[in-house]
Design a protein around this ligand. Structure first.
Ligand code: HOZ
Length: 420
């Protein structure tokens, strides 16, 4: 399949990290998923810690989600006209995130971040933005400057094809460095439209915000009249029922969402303060549109998924299980004498072949990628599917139970030996 795919698709994949180029070997072509498992075209079963890169928080093919899709699809796949189910998703998102007064649905996280930036620029009448080294916000031109995820995995954090005039409007500063943000504001008075940040960075492996970092961004944006955008495409309803903003108690001006809110179908969203959102067409002059925006079948999958996360104790149980995994891996590595660390927040985790957990892109770059690659392949052979890159966060679903964690840790005993 891989050979065939490469004849018609660049590198045989429709998104770069899937190509396995940084870890080597052949990508697995998946044919089905069920709960915590995915199955490849050769019939091999894997415990899946990619979870479609985040959306599969309830596990694969959860019966409630599948049913919602089936029931909705029978009535038509897309209308390009308003539907009631879109209101339900908008109301659900607003109820969960107090910072959202209005929200618009789109079809991907990339669309959400691109639109939020345009909106911030239109609202402030300013051109420059601040982003953080190693943060990835989709593949919009302004955002592919020192980006994370696949851009980082393949050593191309700044993409070709982005005109210098566009890239020059993006100021990049180190994650967790409030002083650098302040210096940028001082150097560019009245020119910065927005600060966009992953409140928990998940595209340069996992990096947590240091104490005071998010608060500092809030203060500086208020002081200099810039829009604070939290990119919660990854963290939205994965690190807690009210996202990272609920968890850290910071109210951004705009929020971008994706992944979990589509439950595996293409849904994104951006929303926030009413006075800013009212600048969006047709209320205001900032244009944004999409044929499949608010697609009813995709929205149905998202609503069903969000309903599952409303179960009492859902996020606590998810966080506990994720911690059991990371603490277990650290214990195994220690026994094997491997320099390794790990951490978790909600249902997200990071694994690092380094003694200490990283606090910045520079720290992430000190991790031993050769060791990661050996560990990755040993785990894959044992039926454990981690992200095929040392620069991606991992994801646990509600369908992962003790049995899967035990099996993972048993495989890790051998994989750490192979990695060292
Ligand atoms: N950019 C995604 C991970 N952070 C990967 C998307 C994919 O390959 O599906």
């Amino acid at each position: 399949m891989f050979a065939r795919a490469q004849r018609s698709i660049p590198a045989g994949v429709n998104s770069p990290v899937r190509a396995f180029r940084s870890v080597g070997g052949t990508p697995r072509f998946l044919v089905r998923g069920e709960g915590p498992y995915v199955f490849d075209a050769d019939g091999k079963r894997y415990i899946d810690y990619v979870g479609s890169w985040g959306p599969a928080i309830a596990g694969h093919a959860h019966p409630d989600v599948v049913k919602a899709v089936q029931v909705t699809a029978v009535h038509g796949l897309s209308f390009g006209a308003p539907t009631e189910i879109e209101i339900e998703l908008a109301e659900t998102l607003i109820a969960r995130l107090p910072s959202l007064e209005l929200v618009r649905l789109v079809s991907s996280g990339t669309e959400a971040t691109m639109s939020a930036l345009r909106l911030a620029r239109g609202y402030t009448g300013r051109a420059k933005i601040i982003k953080f080294e190693g943060c990835y916000h989709g593949h919009g031109d302004s955002l592919l400057v020192k980006a994370g995820s696949g851009a980082l995995t393949f050593g191309q954090p700044s993409s070709a094809g982005v005109p210098p005039a566009v890239a020059n409007e993006t100021i990049v500063v180190p994650y967790n460095d409030v002083a650098a943000v302040e210096e940028s504001f001082i150097a560019n008075p009245d020119a910065i439209a927005a600060v966009i940040v992953e409140p928990v960075a998940g595209n340069m492996n996992l990096v947590l915000p240091a104490t005071g970092f998010l608060e500092g961004l809030r203060t500086l944006c208020d002081r200099y009249g810039a829009v604070l955008i939290f990119d919660e495409v990854m963290t939205g309803f994965r690190v807690g029922p009210h996202g990272a903003q609920g968890r850290f108690g910071i109210k951004p001006d705009l929020t971008t969402l994706g992944k979990v809110i589509g439950g595996g179908m293409p849904v994104g969203a951006f929303g926030g303060r009413r006075d800013i959102m009212e600048e969006i067409a047709p209320l205001g002059p900032v244009y944004q549109a999409g044929t499949l925006s608010g697609n009813p079948v995709a929205v149905a999958a998202g609503l069903a998924t969000l309903a599952l996360t409303d179960a009492p104790g859902f996020h606590d149980a998810l966080a506990r299980r994720t911690r059991t995994l990371t603490e277990g891996l650290v214990a195994v590595a220690k026994r094997r004498g491997v320099a390794f660390s790990a951490q978790a927040i909600g249902g997200m985790f990071g694994l690092y072949f380094a003694e200490l957990v990283p606090r910045s892109y520079a720290d992430v770059m000190t991790c031993d990628t050769a060791r990661f690659n050996r560990f990755f392949h040993a785990m894959l052979d044992a039926g454990i599917y981690f992200a095929p890159s040392a620069y991606e966060a991992g994801f646990v679903s509600a369908a992962h139970g003790e049995a899967q964690i035990r099996e993972t840790l048993a495989a890790a005993e051998r994989a750490f030996a192979a990695a060292s």
